[in-house]
Design a protein around this ligand. Structure first.
Ligand SMILES: Cc1cc2nc3c(=O)[nH]c(=O)nc-3n(C[C@H](O)[C@H](O)[C@H](O)COP(=O)(O)OP(=O)(O)OC[C@H]3O[C@@H](n4cnc5c(N)ncnc54)[C@H](O)[C@@H]3O)c2cc1C
Length: 391
C-alpha cells in the first residue's frame, strides 16, 4: 500500500550518512544553542524553520520527481530522532506536513500531485493534517465539519482543534463529512486540501504544557468555498481511509521522536550520574541509580529497534499498522519513563529550567496522545494480531 517510487532507492549508504552528518552539524551549530531561549519564551523559531526549508526537510519523504528528497522512511526516522534529541518541537513543523504530502502522493489525483507536491517539497506551501475537532478526536467518524457540494465547489462549515502549524501554515488536509447521514459514517467522509482564504480563519493559538514554540491552533470554516478538484483523490467516501493510511507515517514519526527523547534523557543521566557525588562517591555507583540507568538504556534500545523495523516495513510497501503501532506505543512510553527517571536522577537540577530534563518531561506526554492515543494503539495492535493469525 505504501509502495515507494523507485527514486527512493537512488541514495547510496554514503549519501545517507552524509545527510545525517549534515543534520547533526546543523543541530549542534544552529539549533542547540538557541533551544532554551525559544522554548521558554514559547516563541516561533522562524530562522530555524527557514534553515529546515533550506535543508530540504519539508520534502524529506516526497518523491524526487516532485522535487522532494525522496528519502526512505528509515532514513527520515533517523533524522526525526536526531532532531528530537535536541528539540522535539521542531519535528512537529514537518511531521504533519509530510503526512499531508504522503496522503496526496498516495491518494491524490495526478493534477493534485503536480500542483501541490512541488510546493509542499520546497515549503512554499506548508501545513498539516486537520482531523481533530472540539468534540471528536479518537472517534474521527464523529466529526461535524461539513462540505456541501454546490456546482463545481464545496462550501465548508465547521471547526477544527489542535491543528499543528495552524498559525504559520498555509494549506491543510481537512477531514470533512460530505454526507453526514451516511452509514457507516466513514462512507460519507472526504479530505479537502484547504488553502487559507476568505471563510477560513485561525481562531486562536492553543497554550500547551510542552511542545512549545510550535503553533497549535483552532481553525474555523464559515462558508469557505473551495474548488471540487481539491477533494483528495476526486472521490467522496475515501477521507477516513486516507487519514488512517497517512497516520502510519505519523506514528513512525512519533516513535522516532520518542527514541530521541528517550536517548537524550539517558545520555544526560549517564553523564550527570558520573559527576554528581553523594556519600563520597558518584551517584552512578549506587545500585538504585544503576538500576534506573539499565532500565532507561533497555527501553531506548527496544524503542529504536521497533521504530527501525516499522520504518523498514513501511519502505517495503507492506502494511505496517501493527509494527508502527507497537513502535509508537513503546517509544512514547519509553520517552515518558526515561524523562521521569532522568528527573529523579538529576534531583533538584532535573526540576530546574537550567537543564533540559524539565523539557523532556513536558514534551514526552504528547507522544502518548498524538497520532492516536496509546490506548488506541493497543487496540490496533491486538486487532491486527488477530487478523494476521486466524485460527
Ligand atoms: C499538541 C497537540 C498537537 C496536535 N496536533 C494535531 C494535528 O496537527 N492534527 C489533528 O488532527 N490533531 C492533532 N492533535 C489532536 C490529537 O490527535 C488528539 O488529541 C488525539 O487524537 C486524541 O483525541 P482527544 O484528545 O479528543 O481524546 P479523546 O478521543 O476524547 O479520548 C480521551 C481518552 O479516552 C480514551 N479513549 C477514547 N476512545 C477509546 C476507546 N474506544 N477505547 C479505549 N479508550 C478510549 C483515549 O485513549 C483517551 O485516553 C494534537 C493534539 C495535541 C495535544
Amino acid at each position: 500500500m505504501n509502495k515507494q517510487n523507485d527514486t527512493r532507492n537512488e541514495f547510496s549508504a554514503e549519501d545517507e550518512a552524509q545527510m545525517l552528518h549534515s543534520i547533526d552539524r546543523w543541530l549542534e551549530r544552529d539549533v542547540r544553542p538557541h533551544v532554551k531561549k525559544f522554548d521558554h519564551a514559547d516563541d516561533y523559531p522562524h530562522e530555524i524553520v527557514e534553515q529546515m526549508r533550506e535543508l530540504g526537510l519539508f520534502g524529506s519523504t516526497i518523491g524526487r520527481e516532485y522535487g522532494g528528497l525522496g528519502l526512505r522512511v528509515e532514513t527520515y526516522a533517523q533524522i526525526i530522532t536526531r532532531i528530537a534529541e535536541v528539540w522535539m518541537s521542531l519535528t512537529g513543523v514537518i511531521n504533519s506536513h509530510l503526512i499531508m504530502s504522503a496522503i496526496v502522493e498516495r491518494f491524490g489525483t495526478n493534477e493534485q500531485k503536480q500542483h501541490f507536491l512541488p510546493r509542499f517539497a520546497t515549503g512554499e506551501l506548508r501545513g498539516a493534517l486537520s482531523l481533530t475537532e472540539p468534540d471528536a478526536g479518537t472517534d474521527l467518524q464523529g466529526i461535524r465539519t461539513h462540505a456541501n457540494r454546490i456546482d463545481g465547489d464545496y462550501i465548508v462549515n465547521g471547526s477544527k482543534m489542535w491543528t499543528t502549524n495552524g498559525v504559520h501554515g498555509s494549506c491543510f488536509a481537512v477531514l470533512v463529512k460530505t454526507n453526514p447521514n451516511a452509514h457507516p459514517a466513514h462512507k460519507g467522509m472526504a479530505m479537502i486540501l484547504a488553502e487559507k482564504g476568505p471563510g477560513f480563519e485561525v481562531c486562536g493559538q492553543l497554550r500547551k504544557l510542552g511542545y512549545k514554540s510550535i503553533d497549535t491552533a483552532e481553525l474555523s470554516f464559515q462558508d469557505y468555498r473551495v474548488s471540487a478538484d481539491r477533494l483528495i483523490g476526486g472521490e467522496e467516501g475515501q477521507g477516513f481511509q486516507q487519514a488512517v493510511g497517512g497516520l502510519e507515517l505519523g506514528r513512525i514519526n512519533v516513535a522516532a521522536r520518542g527514541v530521541g527523547i528517550a536517548n537524550a534523557a539517558l545520555k544526560d543521566s549517564v553523564a550527570y550520574s558520573q559527576v554528581r557525588k553523594t556519600f563520597g562517591k558518584p551517584i552512578c555507583q549506587h545500585q538504585a541509580i544503576q538500576i534506573k540507568l539499565a532500565d532507561m538504556a533497555t527501553r531506548y534500545e527496544a524503542a529504536r529497534l521497533l521504530t527501525e523495523q516499522a520504518a523498514r516495513i513501511y519502505d517495503s510497501g507492506e502494511r505496517c499498522d501493527l509494527e508502527a503501532g507497537m513502535a509508537k506505543l513503546h517509544a512514547s512510553e519509553a520517552a515518558l519513563a526515561n524523562a521521569e527517571d532522568a528527573m529523579r536522577i538529576h534531583g533538584a537540577y532535573g526540576y530546574s529550567t537550567e537543564y533540559d530534563i524539565e523539557r523532556y518531561f513536558r514534551d514526552a506526554p504528547l507522544l502518548c496522545i498524538g497520532e492516536g492515543t496509546n490506548e488506541i494503539q493497543r487496540l490496533i495492535i491486538s486487532r491486527q494480531l488477530i487478523a494476521r493469525n486466524p485460527t
